[in-house]
Design a binder for this molecule. Structure first.
Ligand code: SF4
Length: 115
């Protein structure tokens, strides 16, 4: 085996390894990338911390502030199964668990379920 063959094999091994880890890296980046939106969308019903169903589910508009022991770093509404991406507006989207009230992409509640 000459040096060119070794370099080619090394290249293909590295390319395969990169292709294998890329989806996980992107998912992880999405989990951490949820920056809290500055303002709520106009004309939408927005979940309020400590009010109604949001209170019962321990919802917080910024998941990083949650004191609920179930909350884990990287969990937020954006990567929750109940966050309705298709109706997202300005960093908010309706949440199935909160009666379709709009929640922040960086929020969290104890009904969190990973997508
Ligand atoms: S159920 Fe999911 S999307 Fe809804 S408030 Fe809780 S964490 Fe956010």
């Amino acid at each position: 085996m000459n040096e060119n063959e070794l370099n080619r094999r090394s290249f293909f091994r590295m390319a395969l390894a990169a292709a294998a880890i890329t989806p996980f890296a992107l998912k992880s980046m999405k989990a951490e990338a949820a920056a809290c939106p500055a303002t709520a969308p106009a004309g939408k019903q927005v979940a309020q911390e400590g009010v109604g169903m949001a209170k019962g589910l321990d919802y917080v508009a910024d998941g990083k502030t949650s004191k609920n022991p179930k909350h884990k770093p990287g969990q937020n509404c954006l990567n929750c199964k109940y966050y309705n991406d298709k109706k997202a507006e300005g960093g908010y989207a309706p949440c199935t668990m909160l009666g379709m009230k709009y929640v922040t992409n960086c929020g969290w509640c104890k009904s969190y379920l990973a997508k």
